[in-house]
Write a protein that binds this ligand. Sequence first.
Ligand code: NAD
Ligand code: TDX
Length: 341
Amino acid sequence: MKLLVTGGAGFIGSNYIRYALSAHPDYRVINLDRLTYAGNLENLREVESSPGYTFIKGDIRDRDCLRDVEFDAIINFAAESHVDRSILDASPFLQTNIMGTHNLLEIARERACAFLHVSTDEVYGSTETGFFNEASPLQPNSPYAASKASSDMLVRAYVETYKIRAMITRCSNNYGPYQFPEKLVPLVIINALNRRPVPVYGDGMNVRDWIYAEDHCRAIDAVLHKGSAGEVYNIGSRNERPNIEVIRLLLEKVAGHLGLNKDELTGLINFVRDREGHDRRYAIDPSKVEKQLGWRPGTSFEEGISKTVDWYISNRQWWQRIISGEYMKYYDAQYGERLKK
Ligand code: NAD
Ligand code: TDX
């Protein structure tokens, strides 16, 4: 299997590449990534010299960068992924998430290869009650969610019109190693370690459904191998929590590491102005992927949060280099010269 992974230098993509190369040593994985602020080749240090791994610096909006590259399937992780940034400026979200996906769909059509599009539960919008299933209407509320919903619609249209072999996964909120520190979980851990205020949007009672990234990666692999063309699969861990509960648990774990009493860091909690259009609750029903593909999450929330806090504490250099901007230099040092030859 020769797999093109787009956005493989980001959080979930890099977790997937590590997982795929260890679960399937015969795989060839080509990582195509534009290395935006969220792309970091330091996420892939463990695998960068594996014979099965190749990196290409390229943009999913540019058809030419894939002209001479062969592959059997595409997994599309590449995206602008942060809701707050989409509120400040939607344009890069529309460019990459919609136009970039369209470009990949054209490539999948031309080459008749399989296409797995990694989407999000945010496309369904917010609900106070019940759970979204794969047939629920798409009601995106942020520019980010609208761009992902648009790309999902394009995938659907290409399946219907051109009969391409595409599938869509819609996953809930991920957390785990290598998540960029703009997202809630790493932001809380790092701010707590630095004894800085932890911003809580609104009343802290917005609910998200949390999944450990490695579980998401296993689900993607299951869909790649056992999923049916044209289908959508919701992926989630049945693990809803209000933000404030997640934040308190993280502060407790960090306090434990620092040898403090469990409530000693709660004074860092700082309620701030709410996010515009802040979705109140995300909740998906993952029974289709469970029943049809036999996937189950393997990591409980308590365990996953403990592992994640441990990881950020043991890998301070990784996030300190992001905060200082040093990580941006890694590409040139590792690949720049080699690629010029
Ligand atoms: P991320 O922001 O950490 O990584 C995105 C990666 O895409 C980066 O490496 C970036 O350099 C790359 N990229 C951006 N624009 C590109 C372009 N034009 N061409 C090539 N590469 C480009 O994101 P993530 O959290 O790892 O999310 C990965 C995917 O999973 C996204 O499609 C996202 O919508 C989806 N998703 C994320 C979550 C979550 O909780 N993080 C949940 C469900 C779905
Ligand atoms: O500082 C913060 N304070 C806060 O209260 C941040 C960064 C977030 N929040 C809240 C907003 C959300 O209710 O925490 C919740 C989680 O926020 P994010 O980490 O920004 O994630 P979210 O907006 O839920 O979107 C995420 O999950 C779905 C990913 O970023 C998306 O890429 C994915 O599709």
